[in-house]
Ligand binder design. Sequence first.
Ligand code: GTP
Length: 253
Amino acid sequence: MFTVFIVGTAGSGKTTLVSTFAEWLENNQYDVAIVNLDPAVEYVPYIPDIDIRDVVSARELMRKYKLGPNGSIIAAIDMLAVRAQEIKSQIMDIGANYVLIDTPGQMELFAFRSVGSVLINRLSMDRSAVVFVIDATQAQTPSGYVSSMLLALSTQFRFNMPQVNVLNKIDLLDRSVVDEILEWSEETDLLREALMSNQANKLEADLSVRLSDILTAIGTIPRPIPISAKTGEGLDALYRVLHNVYVGGSDYD
Ligand code: GTP
């Protein structure tokens, strides 16, 4: 059983990716289980095998305890962590090859609170990985790219698990723009140049250059895999990389 947690910023395409990747895996003869771990989501385009909203619903918590939208998500995630073992047993009972876990939309309420990593660690099986979804439309500017990679890196540190970064929504960009983003991840000089060409906001350019130097110094972030969760482009590449993680490696470049 291989558990894959799909994590990313709000609206980056986590839910869509869970849906299309599950379909892709099923078309390739894998048994897939889907777990919805987002207590606040209103609609999902897939039929979850386990839906956390059946255990705890952020909407109900809002009503019952008079909480705001974020407070109710925090309370829901805390409650889930307590019941993680029960949820894990339910996942194991399904007995699928692949378990895709859709995580809360507001990633900062989940990934950057210690209870989020507790929950992920409690739900992990022998083999687990995180897929971090980067929204290509946000990463198409040099400073947007740096912010996205910093978020990817902080998630990697938080969860301390093999992580694969994907650049989603490439169907919305020209191929030349996608190629440029991918080049930034390989040629740090090109990224630097692009950042410094931002004459309109010198402060942002300076800060981004410094941050990109930190990313370069750490040097552990592989090139993101370009995909479209909408059209299915790149899902075969994502599968191959996850397969490498599953059989033992975690570097994918
Ligand atoms: P939250 O959980 O609400 O934070 O969102 P999410 O990260 O699960 O994103 P979701 O899958 O709901 O997608 C957000 C919007 O982006 C939806 O309108 C999707 O149809 C759209 N979307 C997701 N992936 C793609 C993609 O690859 N291409 C395009 N064009 N749109 C996409």
